[in-house]
Design a binder for this molecule. Structure first.
Ligand code: F6R
Length: 255
């Protein structure tokens, strides 16, 4: 794992933006795996600014999002379809027909998982998978105890995750209990993974992911098996790591 500890959240987001833009500029037909959540909002905003400044084009890029809530139609204001469209897709030159998210209201959820996997394969696989991390160590919506070999399927969300996501739903509206998510096996198939963690509330999960045992108890720890995984944190999210001196020695301030 490449562990880049940046001085603060801004620097971490800027570092991640640079990696994504370099990836797309080097591979105009990149297949990006995308994440949602609060961590990604400032990142996508910076990517939009970079596009507007002419630093990158997404005209040839294909995307696959990690997950979508079940029981929520794409046009729902809190769906990940809406999130992606409003925060990123409608601001850049991507061909909308090459943007993919699992469908949250499929007739057959198992078939939808298989269809999504087949679409990823048909696109040639994911070249760069962007990831956030849950406070409980989840990646995508692979909650603790998820099989480390799992593929796209339904997962029941934990109460921790539902509580974390409650802020995005209107008051009184029940937050979804289930999601369709790429599996850990799907994520590990990406040729490169880039996980971003900021803030003190991610510190324990970050330490478990990087320095803990590989275990379904911390799904993100599966990234220890990936040959090209980069973890970008700010100092708060890195605060529980034991080998900080080493990571800073190798990549001072995440550079
Ligand atoms: C969502 C996703 C999740 C989030 C994670 C962190 O597509 O993949 O794993 O990355 O829940 O969310 P935030 O950034 O809101 O803390």
């Amino acid at each position: 794992m490449k562990v880049l500890i940046c001085p603060d959240r801004d620097a971490a987001i800027e570092r991640a933006k640079g990696i994504i833009i370099d990836h797309v500029n080097a591979r105009p037909k990149a297949v990006l795996g995308l994440a949602t959540g609060g961590t990604m909002v400032p990142l996508y905003e910076r990517i939009v600014s970079a596009y507007q400044a002419g630093a990158v084009s997404f005209a040839g890029v294909t995307t696959f999002n990690l997950d979508e809530y079940i029981g929520i139609p794409p046009e729902h204001p809190c769906s990940y379809h809406t999130y992606m469209r409003d925060i990123l897709f409608r601001h850049i030159d991507i061909d909308q027909s090459r943007t993919h998210l699992p469908h949250g209201m499929p007739d057959d959820v198992d078939a939808e998982g298989e269809r999504y996997e087949a679409e990823i394969t048909a696109a040639g696989g994911i070249s760069l998978q962007l990831l956030g991390i849950g406070k409980n160590g989840h990646i995508g919506f692979n909650e603790p105890s998820s099989s480390l070999a799992s593929r796209t399927r339904v997962k029941t969300l934990t109460e921790t995750t539902r509580n974390a996501n409650r802020q995005y739903f209107p008051e009184g509206e029940e937050t979804p209990r289930f999601a369709l998510t790429m599996g850990i096996g799907t994520i590990l198939d990406a040729r490169e993974c880039l996980l971003i963690a900021t803030g003190a509330d991610k510190a324990q999960a970050v330490a478990d992911m990087i320095e803990g045992p590989v275990s379904a108890a911390c799904p993100a720890s599966a990234l220890q098996f990936h040959r090209h995984a980069t973890i970008i944190t700010d100092e708060e999210a890195a605060s529980q790591l034991r080998l900080t001196d080493y990571y800073q020695h190798v990549h001072p301030d995440g550079i």
